[in-house]
Ligand binder design. Structure first.
Ligand code: FES
Length: 105
């Protein structure tokens, strides 16, 4: 099963074992990870699940058109490794690491 480690702005972290069909946003909400809000339920229209992906831990297809557009409107600055957690579903035995931004709204 994949795991996702959420690194919080204060430097603490929380690691969750999830399933391949669960998005990084859904896993965060199910385990009450602070800073991941997921206001739109995964439709890529709110930007409140913005994370910085540690690309050395897992690679995904590049953001789609909707995700690209939404990443321009996130509360914390967009970086090269910015992703919407609702669009990321780790596969297999991935050990994914994401950083939660300071602000989400
Ligand atoms: S949950 Fe709204 S953009 Fe991801």
């Amino acid at each position: 099963m994949p795991t996702v480690t959420y690194v919080l702005p204060d430097g603490s972290n929380q690691t969750i074992t999830t399933t391949p069909s669960t998005s990084v946003m859904q896993a965060a909400l199910a385990h009450r990870v602070p800073g991941i809000i997921g206001e739109c339920g995964g439709a890529a229209t709110c930007g409140t699940c913005h994370v910085y992906l540690d690309e050395s831990t897992e690679s995904f297809l590049p953001p789609g058109e909707d995700e690209e557009a939404m990443l321009e409107w996130t509360a914390s600055p967009r970086k090269d490794n910015s992703r919407l957690a609702c669009q990321l579903k780790p596969a297999g035995d991935a050990q994914l690491v994401v950083r939660v931004p300071e602000e989400q709204q």
